[in-house]
Design a binder for this molecule. Structure first.
Ligand code: NAD
Ligand code: ZN
Length: 241
């Protein structure tokens, strides 16, 4: 049996699939990842993405933060549509075979593809709020802002995105741990598994069918029942549902 046939068999036999993904899930939608070959780390900036997208940088240089955020995070997402990986996962959920998509992505493409139970470990660019009065906003005022987006009250509107140096949401953590610990099949894809605590949640998996689908090798390959070095959209696109 080849790798795709094995994955097909795993999916056919499973009823509580959890997918755990990262930026690589959206590269086939045209959004750059951080650490892949074409990722943002390989572009030449004054600072690397992790520095700019940190709490301390955001608080001390909000103008530079929003310049990068609007240019490199928000704008590419506005033109992006879900790819076959997002769509296959949404279909698996609709079929009653997949219980949760856990994602480190902040682009909202899983929901756009129709997924309902999406656990966004790092928040979403689509939710924003005023740091002074708490007023909630969608993406509009942020994407249209010239410089720092401002609320009517004068406060800064910030994305509900977990910056480096900030803790993850407790409710999302609890749901993630529960979904992974109850999963019969855990498919990990499009993530370098280098961002913590997110990557550490994989350790809550109790089953023996861990599948890793990634272009580069990851530190979890040795624990996987099946490792596929390939593009996640191309791989999941070969699954018959
Ligand atoms: P990463 O950039 O560290 O790693 C991406 C991994 O995906 C790499 O190992 C790469 O080889 C692989 N990859 C790239 N394209 C692929 C494809 N088509 N199929 C299979 N594998 C592919 O990403 P990460 O692990 O998610 O960590 C980066 C952090 O940055 C995350 O916390 C995330 O919040 C954020 N981020 C989000 C987005 C987004 O929302 N789309 C984009 C960039 C970064
Ligand atoms: Zn306000």
């Amino acid at each position: 049996m080849n790798a795709i046939q094995t994955l097909q068999q795993y999916i056919d036999e499973s009823r509580r699939i959890v997918f755990f993904g990262g930026a690589g899930v959206s590269t086939e939608s045209g959004i750059k990842d951080f650490r892949g070959v074409d990722g943002l780390y390989h572009l030449k900036y004054k600072y690397n993405p992790e520095t700019i997208l940190s709490r301390s940088f955001f608080l001390s240089r909000p103008d530079e933060f929003f310049e990068f955020y609007q240019d490199k995070i928000v704008q590419p997402t506005l033109n992006a549509a879900p790819n076959i990986a997002h769509k296959t996962l949404a279909k698996l959920e609709a079929m009653g075979k997949l219980t949760a998509v856990v994602t480190q992505n902040i682009d909202g493409l899983h929901q756009m593809a129709g997924s309902k139970n999406v656990l966004e470990l790092h928040g979403s660019i689509h939710r924003n709020y005023c740091m002074k009065c708490g007023q909630k906003y969608d993406l509009e005022p942020v994407k249209n802002a010239d410089g720092i987006p401002k609320c009517q009250c004068g406060g800064t509107i910030r994305p509900e995105v977990v910056l480096y140096e900030e803790p993850l949401d407790e409710t999302v953590i609890t749901k993630t741990v529960q979904a992974i610990s109850e999963a019969d099949l855990l498919i990990v894809g499009g993530t370098s598994l280098t961002v913590y605590p997110a990557a550490g949640f994989l350790d809550f998996y109790n089953g023996n069918r861990l599948v890793v689908i990634n272009l580069d090798n990851t530190s979890y390959d040795s624990k996987a029942a099946l490792t596929i070095n390939g593009k996640i959209g191309e791989v999941l696109g070969q699954i018959t549902l």
